[in-house]
Design a protein around this ligand. Structure first.
Ligand code: NAD
Ligand code: TYD
Length: 370
């Protein structure tokens, strides 16, 4: 039995990890700490809180005293560190929060864990998993080989730079203090509970509401799409069986350009509406409600500054060392995700009210059609 701290457990990947961990290891004690920023949502965790199978703490990872108290109380033997500011566009508009949480927050957490594990003499069996991104490696050209764990760091956005800095801090703690830490660098996740500021949910929701689908630049940028359930499986394998001090890349093996992703979302929505007459009355503004193609909403807009052209992950190390492989194909995973958003209208309507609308005005207000 392990005592596990999951930071950022109310975020997209965090919520999925909490559910996956609870299901895979029912005897472990799970404590979630989350500052409840705009990106957080605890609705899916509420049943677990009520039945007492997780402990939820609203708190900031930069609060050293709080983190120390949590270590004293729960004697964690595992830390899965996901708390972060995670949206590239927000890091361009307002980078400071990214440095605060991603760099200083990670430092505070590392130090608290190290001190606690040294004091309790548990450092040999403890593990700290730092969840990071492939964006630290920068951008690939069309025929470059995929990122390896040994690829040089070349971050291009303030978000990627802050994650790169946090990876370096973790590495330095391993080398200097024998911190029992591991790092994962994964590609773009998609699936249930993703905040609608990110590409896939944004496009699904805009299409349902008959709003333009804003594709940055010419839409040729490529991402390697990883279903969040495959990512969570990989994280649990790495924290239990990975080698301390090592980095593991996690990828979906699903490279697609943004034009194709948005086109596939449109076509999948059209098929869903054709198969279910109720959808037309629930979402009358969607072109599919009038049997028109959702592709009519696609609008190419001003590109993101410093927009990385392509990410691709070589996940051979994860597969050969730990036997962890992706099982969700992109078409099936996307269809399942679209149906999740169709079924969970109350969830995303809640998330997209208020502050979300202010963000949409800020990020898309200045973008013109190109
Ligand atoms: P998210 O933005 O959905 O969730 C982040 C969570 O962290 C939120 O619940 C937020 O409230 C919490 N948080 C933010 N600042 C905090 C602070 N100071 N103290 C405590 N909690 C705080 O992000 P996500 O998509 O779930 O990503 C999780 C992790 O995975 C991040 O570290 C991110 O860099 C990494 N990652 C994500 C992706 C992706 O495609 N989503 C890809 C690669 C890596
Ligand atoms: P995003 O989901 O923000 O993830 P990341 O920037 O971390 O890869 O964006 C995925 C891709 O989609 C990226 O190339 C930017 C592009 N994009 C758009 O074209 N339009 C949008 O409205 C958004 C949010 C993203």
């Amino acid at each position: 039995m392990q005592s596990v701290l999951i930071t950022g457990g109310a975020g997209f990947i965090g919520q999925n990890l909490v559910h996956a961990w609870r299901a895979a290891r029912p005897d472990d004690r799970l404590v979630v700490v989350d500052a409840m920023t705009y990106a957080a949502n605890v609705r899916s965790l509420e049943p677990l809180m009520k039945e007492g199978s997780i402990v939820f703490v609203r708190g900031d990872i930069k609060d050293a005293a709080l983190i120390r108290r949590l270590f004293d109380k729960h004697q964690f033997t595992r830390v899965a560190h996901l708390a972060a500011e995670s949206h590239v566009d927000r890091s361009i508009v307002d980078p400071e929060a990214f440095l605060q949480t991603n760099v200083l927050g990670t430092f505070t957490l590392l130090k608290a864990a190290l001190d606690a594990w040294r004091a309790s003499g548990t450092i040999d069996r403890a593990r700290f998993l730092h969840v990071s991104t492939d964006e630290v490696y920068g951008s690939l050209g069309p025929s470059d080989t995929a990122f390896l764990e040994s690829s040089p760091y070349r971050p291009n956005s303030p978000y990627a730079a802050s994650k790169a800095a946090s990876d370096h801090l973790v590495r330095s703690f391993v080398a200097t203090y024998a911190m029992p830490a591991l790092i994962t660098n994964c590609s773009n996740n998609y699936g249930p509970y993703q905040h609608p500021e990110k590409l896939i949910p944004l496009m699904i929701i805009h299409a349902l509401e008959g709003k333009p689908l804003p594709v940055y630049g010419d839409g040729s940028n490529v991402r390697d799409w990883l279903h969040v359930s495959d990512h969570c499986d990989a994280l649990m394998s790495v924290i239990e069986r990975g080698r301390v001090g090592e980095t593991y890349n996690v990828g979906g093996g699903n490279e697609r350009n943004n034009r194709d992703v948005v086109g596939l979302i449109c076509d999948t929505l059209n098929s869903a509406f054709a198969a279910d007459q109720n959808l037309a009355s629930r979402f009358p503004s969607c072109p599919a409600a009038l049997a028109k193609s959702c592709r009519s909403l696609i609008a190419f807009v001003t590109d993101r500054p410093g927009h990385d052209h392509r990410y691709a992950i070589d996940a051979t190390k994860l597969a050969t060392e730990l036997g962890s492989r992706c099982s969700v194909g992109f078409e099936a995973g996307l269809r399942q995700t679209i149906h999740w958003y169709l079924d969970q209208e109350a969830w995303w309507r809640d998330v997209t009210s208020g502050a979300y609308q202010a963000w949409i005005d800020k990020n898309y207000g200045f973008r013109i059609a190109v």
